[in-house]
Ligand binder design. Structure first.
Ligand code: GDP
Ligand code: IMO
Ligand code: MG
Length: 429
Protein backbone atom coordinates (compact mmCIF):
# COMPACT_ATOMS: atom_id res chain seq x y z
CA UNK A 1 0.00 0.00 0.00
CA UNK A 2 1.23 3.51 -0.65
CA UNK A 3 -1.32 6.17 0.11
CA UNK A 4 0.22 9.29 1.62
CA UNK A 5 -1.15 12.48 3.09
CA UNK A 6 0.89 15.64 2.47
CA UNK A 7 0.17 18.50 4.88
CA UNK A 8 1.67 21.84 5.86
CA UNK A 9 3.24 21.96 9.31
CA UNK A 10 3.32 25.74 9.76
CA UNK A 11 0.91 28.49 8.62
CA UNK A 12 0.59 27.47 4.98
CA UNK A 13 2.67 28.11 1.85
CA UNK A 14 5.30 25.59 2.88
CA UNK A 15 5.65 24.38 -0.70
CA UNK A 16 2.98 21.65 -0.64
CA UNK A 17 2.18 22.20 -4.33
CA UNK A 18 5.77 21.62 -5.42
CA UNK A 19 6.09 18.43 -3.35
CA UNK A 20 2.70 17.02 -4.34
CA UNK A 21 3.59 17.63 -7.99
CA UNK A 22 6.93 15.87 -7.43
CA UNK A 23 5.48 12.86 -5.58
CA UNK A 24 2.51 12.59 -7.94
CA UNK A 25 4.86 10.85 -10.36
CA UNK A 26 4.55 7.77 -8.14
CA UNK A 27 0.80 8.07 -7.45
CA UNK A 28 -2.27 7.35 -9.56
CA UNK A 29 -4.72 9.65 -7.81
CA UNK A 30 -4.26 13.04 -6.14
CA UNK A 31 -7.03 14.23 -3.82
CA UNK A 32 -7.74 17.59 -2.19
CA UNK A 33 -9.76 17.08 1.00
CA UNK A 34 -10.37 20.51 2.58
CA UNK A 35 -10.27 24.25 2.07
CA UNK A 36 -11.04 25.99 -1.18
CA UNK A 37 -9.52 28.68 -3.33
CA UNK A 38 -7.98 30.32 -0.30
CA UNK A 39 -5.15 27.91 -1.19
CA UNK A 40 -2.54 28.86 -3.75
CA UNK A 41 -0.20 26.02 -4.75
CA UNK A 42 2.75 26.73 -7.02
CA UNK A 43 4.45 24.27 -9.33
CA UNK A 44 7.39 25.06 -11.58
CA UNK A 45 8.03 22.56 -14.36
CA UNK A 46 10.72 23.12 -17.01
CA UNK A 47 10.87 26.74 -15.91
CA UNK A 48 7.14 27.29 -16.42
CA UNK A 49 5.09 28.35 -13.40
CA UNK A 50 1.60 27.05 -12.66
CA UNK A 51 -0.55 28.17 -9.73
CA UNK A 52 -3.58 26.14 -8.74
CA UNK A 53 -6.19 27.07 -6.18
CA UNK A 54 -8.62 24.16 -6.48
CA UNK A 55 -7.38 21.61 -8.98
CA UNK A 56 -5.04 19.19 -7.16
CA UNK A 57 -1.33 19.58 -7.87
CA UNK A 58 -1.18 16.13 -9.50
CA UNK A 59 -2.75 17.45 -12.69
CA UNK A 60 0.58 18.34 -14.32
CA UNK A 61 1.77 14.74 -13.94
CA UNK A 62 -1.33 13.58 -15.79
CA UNK A 63 -2.84 11.90 -12.73
CA UNK A 64 -6.51 11.55 -11.92
CA UNK A 65 -7.41 14.37 -9.57
CA UNK A 66 -10.25 14.50 -7.07
CA UNK A 67 -11.88 17.47 -5.37
CA UNK A 68 -13.19 15.79 -2.24
CA UNK A 69 -16.36 16.31 -0.24
CA UNK A 70 -14.50 18.33 2.39
CA UNK A 71 -13.92 21.29 0.09
CA UNK A 72 -15.80 24.52 -0.41
CA UNK A 73 -15.67 25.23 -4.14
CA UNK A 74 -16.34 28.43 -6.01
CA UNK A 75 -17.59 27.15 -9.38
CA UNK A 76 -16.63 30.39 -11.13
CA UNK A 77 -13.04 29.98 -9.95
CA UNK A 78 -13.00 26.28 -10.83
CA UNK A 79 -14.25 26.89 -14.36
CA UNK A 80 -11.65 29.68 -14.69
CA UNK A 81 -8.91 27.37 -13.45
CA UNK A 82 -9.86 24.57 -15.84
CA UNK A 83 -9.67 27.12 -18.69
CA UNK A 84 -6.36 28.53 -17.40
CA UNK A 85 -4.74 25.09 -17.16
CA UNK A 86 -6.12 24.05 -20.54
CA UNK A 87 -4.73 27.24 -22.09
CA UNK A 88 -1.33 26.26 -20.73
CA UNK A 89 -1.55 22.91 -22.48
CA UNK A 90 -2.56 20.83 -19.46
CA UNK A 91 -4.83 17.90 -20.29
CA UNK A 92 -7.91 18.35 -18.12
CA UNK A 93 -11.33 16.79 -18.63
CA UNK A 94 -13.99 14.82 -16.73
CA UNK A 95 -11.75 11.79 -17.29
CA UNK A 96 -9.00 13.10 -15.00
CA UNK A 97 -10.81 15.63 -12.79
CA UNK A 98 -13.60 14.48 -10.51
CA UNK A 99 -15.61 16.69 -8.15
CA UNK A 100 -17.45 15.28 -5.18
CA UNK A 101 -21.20 15.72 -5.37
CA UNK A 102 -21.01 16.39 -1.64
CA UNK A 103 -18.56 19.31 -1.86
CA UNK A 104 -20.07 22.62 -0.80
CA UNK A 105 -20.62 25.41 -3.30
CA UNK A 106 -19.33 28.90 -2.52
CA UNK A 107 -22.10 31.36 -3.40
CA UNK A 108 -21.77 35.11 -4.11
CA UNK A 109 -23.26 35.93 -0.71
CA UNK A 110 -20.49 33.95 1.02
CA UNK A 111 -17.89 36.22 -0.55
CA UNK A 112 -19.88 39.32 0.40
CA UNK A 113 -20.28 38.08 3.97
CA UNK A 114 -16.56 37.31 4.24
CA UNK A 115 -15.62 40.86 3.23
CA UNK A 116 -18.39 42.41 5.33
CA UNK A 117 -17.29 40.54 8.47
CA UNK A 118 -13.68 41.56 7.95
CA UNK A 119 -14.61 45.21 7.43
CA UNK A 120 -16.74 45.18 10.55
CA UNK A 121 -13.87 43.74 12.59
CA UNK A 122 -11.62 46.66 11.59
CA UNK A 123 -8.25 46.37 13.33
CA UNK A 124 -9.13 42.95 14.73
CA UNK A 125 -9.69 41.42 11.34
CA UNK A 126 -8.34 37.94 10.61
CA UNK A 127 -6.93 38.92 7.25
CA UNK A 128 -8.90 36.26 5.37
CA UNK A 129 -8.38 35.72 1.68
CA UNK A 130 -11.88 37.14 1.09
CA UNK A 131 -12.91 34.12 -0.94
CA UNK A 132 -16.02 33.29 1.10
CA UNK A 133 -14.43 30.27 2.77
CA UNK A 134 -15.61 30.89 6.36
CA UNK A 135 -19.22 31.79 5.51
CA UNK A 136 -19.53 28.76 3.21
CA UNK A 137 -18.32 26.37 5.93
CA UNK A 138 -20.70 28.11 8.38
CA UNK A 139 -23.61 27.30 6.09
CA UNK A 140 -22.44 23.70 5.72
CA UNK A 141 -22.47 23.26 9.49
CA UNK A 142 -25.78 25.15 9.82
CA UNK A 143 -27.20 22.72 7.26
CA UNK A 144 -28.22 25.43 4.83
CA UNK A 145 -25.31 24.89 2.43
CA UNK A 146 -25.61 24.06 -1.25
CA UNK A 147 -23.76 21.00 -2.50
CA UNK A 148 -22.66 20.14 -6.02
CA UNK A 149 -25.40 17.52 -6.23
CA UNK A 150 -27.93 20.31 -5.70
CA UNK A 151 -26.64 22.09 -8.80
CA UNK A 152 -27.78 19.05 -10.75
CA UNK A 153 -31.34 19.37 -9.43
CA UNK A 154 -32.40 22.77 -10.84
CA UNK A 155 -35.87 23.02 -9.26
CA UNK A 156 -34.64 22.16 -5.78
CA UNK A 157 -31.60 24.42 -6.25
CA UNK A 158 -33.80 27.39 -7.16
CA UNK A 159 -35.97 26.86 -4.12
CA UNK A 160 -33.00 26.60 -1.77
CA UNK A 161 -31.32 29.74 -3.13
CA UNK A 162 -34.51 31.75 -2.72
CA UNK A 163 -35.04 30.53 0.85
CA UNK A 164 -31.43 31.02 1.93
CA UNK A 165 -31.19 34.46 0.35
CA UNK A 166 -34.27 35.60 2.20
CA UNK A 167 -32.26 35.37 5.43
CA UNK A 168 -28.87 36.41 3.98
CA UNK A 169 -30.28 39.52 2.32
CA UNK A 170 -31.89 40.59 5.58
CA UNK A 171 -28.50 40.29 7.27
CA UNK A 172 -26.55 41.94 4.43
CA UNK A 173 -28.91 44.89 4.25
CA UNK A 174 -29.84 45.46 7.88
CA UNK A 175 -26.71 44.42 9.75
CA UNK A 176 -23.89 45.06 7.31
CA UNK A 177 -25.56 47.88 5.35
CA UNK A 178 -24.58 46.20 2.11
CA UNK A 179 -26.26 45.61 -1.22
CA UNK A 180 -28.57 42.64 -1.34
CA UNK A 181 -28.16 39.75 -3.77
CA UNK A 182 -30.78 39.00 -6.42
CA UNK A 183 -31.70 35.30 -6.17
CA UNK A 184 -32.74 35.03 -9.80
CA UNK A 185 -29.39 36.37 -11.02
CA UNK A 186 -27.52 33.91 -8.83
CA UNK A 187 -29.69 31.04 -10.03
CA UNK A 188 -29.08 31.85 -13.71
CA UNK A 189 -25.33 32.28 -13.20
CA UNK A 190 -24.91 29.07 -11.18
CA UNK A 191 -27.04 26.90 -13.44
CA UNK A 192 -24.62 27.99 -16.18
CA UNK A 193 -21.69 26.64 -14.16
CA UNK A 194 -23.69 23.49 -13.40
CA UNK A 195 -24.00 22.78 -17.10
CA UNK A 196 -20.23 23.06 -17.60
CA UNK A 197 -19.30 21.10 -14.48
CA UNK A 198 -21.98 18.37 -14.55
CA UNK A 199 -19.76 15.76 -16.29
CA UNK A 200 -17.13 16.17 -13.56
CA UNK A 201 -19.49 15.63 -10.60
CA UNK A 202 -19.49 12.17 -9.03
CA UNK A 203 -19.53 10.16 -5.83
CA UNK A 204 -15.77 10.49 -5.47
CA UNK A 205 -15.58 8.31 -2.35
CA UNK A 206 -16.91 5.38 -4.38
CA UNK A 207 -14.52 6.10 -7.27
CA UNK A 208 -11.56 6.43 -4.93
CA UNK A 209 -12.32 3.14 -3.21
CA UNK A 210 -12.63 1.32 -6.52
CA UNK A 211 -9.14 2.56 -7.32
CA UNK A 212 -7.69 1.70 -3.92
CA UNK A 213 -9.05 -1.84 -4.23
CA UNK A 214 -7.34 -2.04 -7.62
CA UNK A 215 -4.08 -1.04 -5.93
CA UNK A 216 -4.03 2.54 -7.20
CA UNK A 217 -1.73 4.78 -5.15
CA UNK A 218 -3.28 7.89 -3.65
CA UNK A 219 -1.75 11.18 -2.58
CA UNK A 220 -3.92 13.34 -0.35
CA UNK A 221 -3.02 17.02 -0.80
CA UNK A 222 -3.54 19.24 2.22
CA UNK A 223 -4.13 22.96 1.96
CA UNK A 224 -3.23 25.70 4.45
CA UNK A 225 -1.16 24.45 7.38
CA UNK A 226 -1.51 22.81 10.77
CA UNK A 227 -1.54 26.14 12.65
CA UNK A 228 -4.41 27.44 10.52
CA UNK A 229 -6.53 24.43 11.59
CA UNK A 230 -9.96 25.38 12.94
CA UNK A 231 -9.47 23.28 16.12
CA UNK A 232 -5.74 23.18 16.62
CA UNK A 233 -4.53 26.43 15.09
CA UNK A 234 -4.11 29.90 16.54
CA UNK A 235 -7.87 30.40 16.89
CA UNK A 236 -9.54 32.70 15.87
CA UNK A 237 -6.70 33.55 13.45
CA UNK A 238 -7.26 30.35 11.50
CA UNK A 239 -9.09 29.13 8.44
CA UNK A 240 -12.49 27.45 8.71
CA UNK A 241 -11.55 23.84 7.98
CA UNK A 242 -9.61 21.08 9.62
CA UNK A 243 -6.21 21.13 7.97
CA UNK A 244 -4.64 18.21 9.85
CA UNK A 245 -4.07 14.76 8.39
CA UNK A 246 -7.06 13.14 10.09
CA UNK A 247 -9.33 15.17 7.87
CA UNK A 248 -7.87 13.50 4.78
CA UNK A 249 -10.25 10.67 5.63
CA UNK A 250 -13.37 12.72 6.43
CA UNK A 251 -12.77 15.11 3.57
CA UNK A 252 -12.39 12.45 0.92
CA UNK A 253 -14.55 9.59 2.15
CA UNK A 254 -11.69 7.13 2.65
CA UNK A 255 -11.16 5.23 5.90
CA UNK A 256 -7.96 5.52 8.00
CA UNK A 257 -6.87 1.93 7.30
CA UNK A 258 -6.05 3.00 3.76
CA UNK A 259 -3.53 5.67 4.78
CA UNK A 260 0.08 4.49 4.90
CA UNK A 261 1.89 7.60 6.04
CA UNK A 262 1.79 11.33 6.59
CA UNK A 263 4.38 13.68 5.15
CA UNK A 264 4.77 17.08 6.77
CA UNK A 265 6.09 19.94 4.66
CA UNK A 266 8.38 22.26 6.60
CA UNK A 267 9.64 25.52 5.16
CA UNK A 268 13.26 25.95 6.33
CA UNK A 269 12.11 29.15 8.06
CA UNK A 270 8.57 30.26 8.94
CA UNK A 271 6.08 32.48 7.12
CA UNK A 272 2.56 33.63 7.76
CA UNK A 273 0.17 35.69 5.67
CA UNK A 274 -2.71 37.50 7.35
CA UNK A 275 -3.05 38.45 11.01
CA UNK A 276 -2.39 36.36 14.11
CA UNK A 277 0.42 35.36 16.44
CA UNK A 278 3.83 34.40 15.09
CA UNK A 279 6.37 33.98 17.92
CA UNK A 280 9.52 33.78 15.78
CA UNK A 281 8.59 36.61 13.42
CA UNK A 282 11.52 38.83 12.41
CA UNK A 283 10.77 42.50 11.88
CA UNK A 284 14.34 43.24 10.86
CA UNK A 285 16.80 42.93 8.01
CA UNK A 286 16.97 39.12 8.36
CA UNK A 287 13.19 38.88 7.97
CA UNK A 288 13.44 41.14 4.91
CA UNK A 289 16.22 38.93 3.53
CA UNK A 290 13.99 35.83 3.79
CA UNK A 291 11.03 37.71 2.34
CA UNK A 292 12.91 38.99 -0.65
CA UNK A 293 15.18 35.99 -1.36
CA UNK A 294 12.26 33.60 -0.84
CA UNK A 295 9.92 35.80 -2.95
CA UNK A 296 7.44 35.56 -0.12
CA UNK A 297 4.26 36.95 -1.60
CA UNK A 298 0.94 35.08 -1.24
CA UNK A 299 0.06 32.95 -4.28
CA UNK A 300 -3.63 33.78 -3.82
CA UNK A 301 -3.81 37.39 -2.66
CA UNK A 302 -0.32 38.65 -3.51
CA UNK A 303 0.12 39.88 0.08
CA UNK A 304 3.62 40.12 1.49
CA UNK A 305 4.27 37.15 3.78
CA UNK A 306 5.61 37.76 7.27
CA UNK A 307 8.88 35.85 7.84
CA UNK A 308 10.81 34.48 10.81
CA UNK A 309 13.02 31.69 12.14
CA UNK A 310 12.13 28.04 12.12
CA UNK A 311 10.09 27.10 15.19
CA UNK A 312 10.52 23.55 16.54
CA UNK A 313 7.70 24.10 19.06
CA UNK A 314 5.16 24.40 16.27
CA UNK A 315 6.85 21.62 14.32
CA UNK A 316 6.43 19.25 17.24
CA UNK A 317 2.81 20.34 17.54
CA UNK A 318 2.43 19.33 13.89
CA UNK A 319 4.25 16.02 14.47
CA UNK A 320 1.78 15.11 17.21
CA UNK A 321 -1.41 16.43 15.59
CA UNK A 322 -0.77 14.79 12.22
CA UNK A 323 1.14 11.66 13.19
CA UNK A 324 3.92 12.62 10.82
CA UNK A 325 5.97 9.76 9.42
CA UNK A 326 8.29 11.85 7.27
CA UNK A 327 9.33 15.45 6.70
CA UNK A 328 10.17 17.48 3.63
CA UNK A 329 12.23 20.62 4.17
CA UNK A 330 11.63 23.24 1.47
CA UNK A 331 13.35 26.49 0.57
CA UNK A 332 16.70 25.47 2.05
CA UNK A 333 18.35 27.57 -0.67
CA UNK A 334 16.80 30.73 0.80
CA UNK A 335 18.78 30.37 4.05
CA UNK A 336 22.11 30.42 2.18
CA UNK A 337 24.11 33.57 2.84
CA UNK A 338 23.09 34.03 6.47
CA UNK A 339 26.08 33.68 8.85
CA UNK A 340 24.08 32.31 11.75
CA UNK A 341 20.76 30.49 11.72
CA UNK A 342 18.39 30.17 14.64
CA UNK A 343 15.85 27.52 15.56
CA UNK A 344 13.34 28.14 18.33
CA UNK A 345 13.33 25.19 20.72
CA UNK A 346 10.99 26.47 23.44
CA UNK A 347 8.99 29.42 24.71
CA UNK A 348 9.97 31.27 27.86
CA UNK A 349 6.88 32.15 29.88
CA UNK A 350 6.74 33.36 33.49
CA UNK A 351 10.29 32.22 34.20
CA UNK A 352 9.87 28.69 32.83
CA UNK A 353 10.51 27.26 29.38
CA UNK A 354 7.62 25.49 27.67
CA UNK A 355 8.10 23.08 24.81
CA UNK A 356 4.42 22.87 23.89
CA UNK A 357 2.33 25.41 22.05
CA UNK A 358 -0.04 27.32 24.38
CA UNK A 359 -3.73 27.45 23.46
CA UNK A 360 -4.41 30.85 25.01
CA UNK A 361 -3.29 33.63 22.70
CA UNK A 362 -2.74 36.01 25.64
CA UNK A 363 -0.26 33.51 27.06
CA UNK A 364 1.32 33.06 23.65
CA UNK A 365 1.73 36.82 23.31
CA UNK A 366 3.84 36.82 26.48
CA UNK A 367 6.03 33.95 25.33
CA UNK A 368 9.56 34.69 24.30
CA UNK A 369 11.22 32.27 21.89
CA UNK A 370 14.31 30.44 23.15
CA UNK A 371 16.75 29.96 20.31
CA UNK A 372 19.67 27.73 19.56
CA UNK A 373 22.13 28.94 16.97
CA UNK A 374 23.61 27.02 14.09
CA UNK A 375 26.28 28.12 11.65
CA UNK A 376 25.05 29.03 8.17
CA UNK A 377 26.51 28.42 4.70
CA UNK A 378 27.21 30.75 1.83
CA UNK A 379 27.27 28.36 -1.14
CA UNK A 380 24.46 28.29 -3.71
CA UNK A 381 22.85 24.89 -3.12
CA UNK A 382 20.16 25.06 -5.79
CA UNK A 383 21.93 22.63 -8.12
CA UNK A 384 22.79 20.05 -5.45
CA UNK A 385 21.10 16.72 -6.17
CA UNK A 386 22.43 14.51 -3.37
CA UNK A 387 22.35 15.04 0.35
CA UNK A 388 26.02 14.19 0.74
CA UNK A 389 26.94 17.08 -1.57
CA UNK A 390 25.29 19.73 0.58
CA UNK A 391 27.61 22.03 2.56
CA UNK A 392 28.33 20.59 6.00
CA UNK A 393 26.30 23.28 7.79
CA UNK A 394 23.26 22.68 5.58
CA UNK A 395 23.46 18.97 6.43
CA UNK A 396 23.70 19.86 10.10
CA UNK A 397 20.61 22.03 9.87
CA UNK A 398 18.62 19.16 8.33
CA UNK A 399 19.95 16.70 10.91
CA UNK A 400 19.07 19.10 13.74
CA UNK A 401 15.47 19.27 12.48
CA UNK A 402 15.36 15.47 12.56
CA UNK A 403 16.75 15.41 16.11
CA UNK A 404 14.33 18.05 17.37
CA UNK A 405 11.26 16.40 15.81
CA UNK A 406 12.35 12.73 15.87
CA UNK A 407 10.95 12.40 12.35
CA UNK A 408 13.16 11.55 9.36
CA UNK A 409 13.64 14.11 6.62
CA UNK A 410 12.83 12.36 3.34
CA UNK A 411 13.29 15.22 0.90
CA UNK A 412 15.11 18.56 0.86
CA UNK A 413 13.96 21.16 -1.66
CA UNK A 414 16.54 23.63 -2.90
CA UNK A 415 14.60 25.63 -5.48
CA UNK A 416 11.08 26.07 -6.86
CA UNK A 417 11.62 23.79 -9.88
CA UNK A 418 10.54 20.16 -9.81
CA UNK A 419 14.15 19.12 -10.47
CA UNK A 420 15.62 21.32 -7.73
CA UNK A 421 15.14 18.59 -5.19
CA UNK A 422 17.21 16.19 -3.11
CA UNK A 423 15.33 12.95 -2.50
CA UNK A 424 16.84 11.12 0.47
CA UNK A 425 14.05 8.55 0.81
CA UNK A 426 11.16 8.24 -1.62
CA UNK A 427 8.09 7.46 0.52
CA UNK A 428 6.57 5.47 -2.35
CA UNK A 429 9.67 3.31 -2.83
P1 GDP B 1 1.89 25.88 -0.92
O1 GDP B 1 0.69 26.73 -0.69
O2 GDP B 1 2.31 25.13 0.29
O3 GDP B 1 1.75 24.99 -2.13
O4 GDP B 1 3.09 26.88 -1.25
P2 GDP B 1 3.04 28.17 -2.23
O5 GDP B 1 3.09 27.70 -3.61
O6 GDP B 1 1.95 29.09 -1.83
O7 GDP B 1 4.37 28.90 -1.78
C1 GDP B 1 5.61 28.29 -1.88
C2 GDP B 1 6.50 29.16 -2.79
O8 GDP B 1 7.84 28.75 -2.68
C3 GDP B 1 6.16 29.03 -4.26
O9 GDP B 1 6.43 30.23 -4.89
C4 GDP B 1 7.12 27.93 -4.74
O10 GDP B 1 7.41 28.03 -6.13
C5 GDP B 1 8.32 28.25 -3.92
N1 GDP B 1 9.18 27.11 -3.57
C6 GDP B 1 8.84 25.84 -3.24
N2 GDP B 1 9.93 25.13 -2.86
C7 GDP B 1 10.97 25.97 -2.99
C8 GDP B 1 12.37 25.85 -2.71
O11 GDP B 1 12.86 24.81 -2.28
N3 GDP B 1 13.14 26.95 -2.91
C9 GDP B 1 12.64 28.12 -3.37
N4 GDP B 1 13.46 29.15 -3.54
N5 GDP B 1 11.34 28.29 -3.64
C10 GDP B 1 10.52 27.23 -3.42
P1 IMO C 1 -2.07 27.35 1.12
O1 IMO C 1 -2.84 26.09 0.81
C1 IMO C 1 -1.43 30.74 3.77
C2 IMO C 1 -4.95 32.29 5.89
C3 IMO C 1 -5.43 33.69 5.52
C4 IMO C 1 -5.99 34.15 6.84
C5 IMO C 1 -6.62 32.86 7.39
C6 IMO C 1 -8.12 32.75 7.15
O2 IMO C 1 -1.64 28.09 -0.09
O3 IMO C 1 -0.99 27.08 2.09
P2 IMO C 1 -9.56 32.21 5.00
O4 IMO C 1 -9.68 32.95 3.70
O5 IMO C 1 -9.11 30.80 4.87
O6 IMO C 1 -10.80 32.34 5.84
O7 IMO C 1 -8.41 33.02 5.80
O8 IMO C 1 -5.95 31.79 6.75
N1 IMO C 1 -4.84 31.35 4.75
C7 IMO C 1 -3.67 30.96 4.23
N2 IMO C 1 -2.41 31.36 4.49
N3 IMO C 1 -1.67 29.78 2.85
C8 IMO C 1 -2.92 29.36 2.60
O9 IMO C 1 -3.19 28.30 1.80
C9 IMO C 1 -4.01 29.99 3.26
N4 IMO C 1 -5.34 29.85 3.23
C10 IMO C 1 -5.83 30.67 4.16
O10 IMO C 1 -4.35 34.49 5.09
O11 IMO C 1 -4.94 34.49 7.71
MG1 MG D 1 0.10 28.72 -0.89
Amino acid sequence: MGNFVVIGTQWGDEGKGKIVDLLAEYADYVVRFQGGNNAGHTMVVNGEKFISHLVPSGILQGKTCFIGNGLVVDPEVLVGEINYLTSKGVDISPKNLRISEKAQVIMPYHKQMDLARENKKGENKIGTTGRGIGPCYEDKVSRVGIRFIDLLMPERFKQTVRTVLDEKNFQLKNYFGMETVDPEEVIAQYLGYAEILAPYIADTSVELMKGILADKKVLFEGAQGTHLDIDHGTYPFVTSSSTVSGNACCGSGVGPKDISGVIGIVKAYTTRVGAGPFPTELLDATGDYMQSKGAEFGATTGRRRRCGWLDAVILNNAVRLNGLTGLVITKMDVLGGLDTLKICTGYKYNGTVMDTFPTDLDVLAKCEPVYEELPGWSEDISTVKEFRNLPLNAKRYVQRVEELTRVPVDIVSVGPGREETIVITNPFA
